[in-house]
Ligand binder design. Structure first.
Ligand SMILES: Nc1ncnc2c1ncn2[C@@H]1O[C@H](COP(=O)(O)OP(=O)(O)O)[C@@H](O)[C@H]1O
Ligand SMILES: [Mg+2]
Length: 461
């Protein structure tokens, strides 16, 4: 069949191992291949290369295809491959309407989350081996002062200590013979290890004690540290009403446009001075047809601004109404936005591919599937959807356990199939009982056509 060894799998969203793409991103962890969807994955690989080379900011990609064809999986794989330094922000279209802020504010925040600022800072450090720590307590014990003697192989200096430094030294359990580093601006102390020279002073040393050489040269050194934060984080930290604690609460509220302007200016200054670099990340908007016309015009404008991330969108709709208008368009996206997008399409998996994916998923969930069971699940997946077949694995196993089967048999799957409806059966049930359940005609139509695989994916339509 296929050469699975060269590819890599995009698994369930909780544990994806990267993307086996031609842009050649090393597999992490597991060497199983991602099945099928070769063209779409290669396309995603090309995009990733461009992201990594910083040539993609302000572009938009659309991943279009029927439900359950791995669109979300591909986007998540992209995130994995980019690594932790490149921001990746994940948004579902409908979320924009559910947050306690205007839609454009929600989108602005998502945009700014997806733009990283790599900040370079020079810090002055004092690094040396502790010769002696002396602490003098006042009579009442309320104030502490002291002296710290540090040395390198070339020099020795005595530093005066305030009570905060003394507390830190005690907290870090710093002793004579330790090699430490003190950040001069923050006053933070870190223990680097024990000096080789003092190794034999202690016979009861923990197994994890790290030995390091006594530093040479000057006690004071300069080091460049680089850290990446998002524009949104800078906004929040500088917003007087919010403060950085809001970052942890996740509740950042609306941010004033004037503040954003100031931050933009500041960042521009840093860039000019060589102190900061912009790292355009990726904003992924799943189910993008849920956005309305206002959101789309916002996106259009935002993509043109000087600092913009790569925007990847996914949709399973064919020709559908653009929300907030009475017009229809491919994927429910207005023509002017569609026009600037690169479109990647995914197509339905073949039964062989589905079988392969079901097998991997079964292995991963530690479910034993006999050959007949595998065959049946693949057939079902072909007739309904891949996701439905995957969703049946766990309940089938539950049923098998109840019947004391050691592996999932065809009958277990049949029962699971009876208990849990796929979309088509659910839709016909909904039609039969219509009047008893809420419905919006247009949606039912879209779901059924998509399931038949007859969805119009041709954007020239
Ligand atoms: N090529 C693949 N290999 C392994 N699992 C896959 C593959 N494509 C999709 N899946 C799995 O199938 C399910 C549906 O994929 P998903 O990306 O959610 O589809 P979509 O977003 O197109 O509706 C997910 O559970 C996903 O992990
Ligand atoms: Mg999806």
């Amino acid at each position: 069949m296929k050469d699975v060894t060269k590819m890599e799998r995009i698994g369930p969203h909780s544990h994806i191992h990267g993307l086996g793409l031609d842009a050649n991103l090393e597999p992490r962890g597991n060497s199983q291949g991602m099945i099928g969807q070769g063209k779409a994955r290669k396309a995603a690989g090309v995009i990733l290369k461009m992201v990594q080379e910083g040539r993609i900011a302000g572009r938009a990609i659309l991943i279009a295809g029927p439900p359950s064809t791995g669109k979300t999986a591909i986007a998540m794989g992209m995130a994995q491959t980019l690594g932790s330094d490149v921001p990746f922000v994940n948004l579902v279209g409908s979320e924009v309407f559910s947050l306690e802020m205007s839609k454009t504010e929600a989108l602005t925040q998502a945009f700014r989350r997806a733009i990283g600022v790599r900040i370079k800072e020079e810090t002055e450090l004092i690094e040396g081996e502790v010769v002696e720590i002396q602490v003098d307590r006042s009579v009442t014990g309320a104030t502490k002062t002291g002296r710290l003697t540090l040395k390198t192989t070339d020099m020795e200096t005595v530093y005066d200590l305030g009570s905060k430094m003394i507390d830190q030294l005690q907290k870090e359990k710093v002793l004579a013979g330790d090699v430490i580093s003190i950040d001069k601006t923050s006053g933070r102390i870190s223990k680097l290890g024990r000096s080789f020279g003092r190794a034999k002073d202690y016979d009861a040393m923990g197994a994890d004690t790290r030995f390091v050489a006594c530093p040479d040269g000057e006690l004071q050194t300069r080091k460049e540290v680089v850290h990446t934060v998002s524009l949104h984080e800078i906004d929040v930290i500088n917003s007087r009403t919010q403060g950085f604690l809001a970052l942890f609460a996740g509740d950042t509220g609306e941010i004033k446009p004037e503040l954003r302007d100031q931050i933009n200016e500041k960042v521009a200054e840093w860039r000019e001075e060589g102190k900061a670099e912009i790292v355009p990340g990726v904003l992924f908007i799943d189910e993008v047809h849920m956005l309305d016309i206002e959101c789309f015009s916002f996106l259009n404008r935002a993509l043109e601004s000087e600092m913009a991330p790569l925007v990847v969108m996914a949709s399973n709709r064919g020709i559908t109404r653009i929300r907030g208008t009475k017009y229809k368009s491919p994927h429910g996206i207005p023509g002017d936005l569609l026009d600037r997008m690169l479109i990647i399409s995914t197509s339905k998996y073949s039964e062989d591919e589905i079988k392969e994916i079901v097998k991997i998923r079964g292995d991963e969930e530690d479910v034993k599937l006999g050959p007949d069971s595998l065959e049946l699940l693949a057939t079902m997946g072909g007739q309904t959807s891949l996701r439905y077949a995957l969703n049946l694995i766990a309940p089938s196993q539950q049923i098998a356990i109840r019947r004391k089967n050691t592996q999932v048999e065809v009958d277990d799957i049949r029962l699971a199939y009876k208990y849990f409806l796929d979309v088509d059966r659910s839709a016909s049930y909904a039609r039969e009982t219509s009047g008893m359940m809420f419905g919006e005609e247009e949606d039912v139509v879209t779901v059924t056509t998509a399931q038949n695989g007859s969805m119009a994916m041709d954007t020239s339509a």
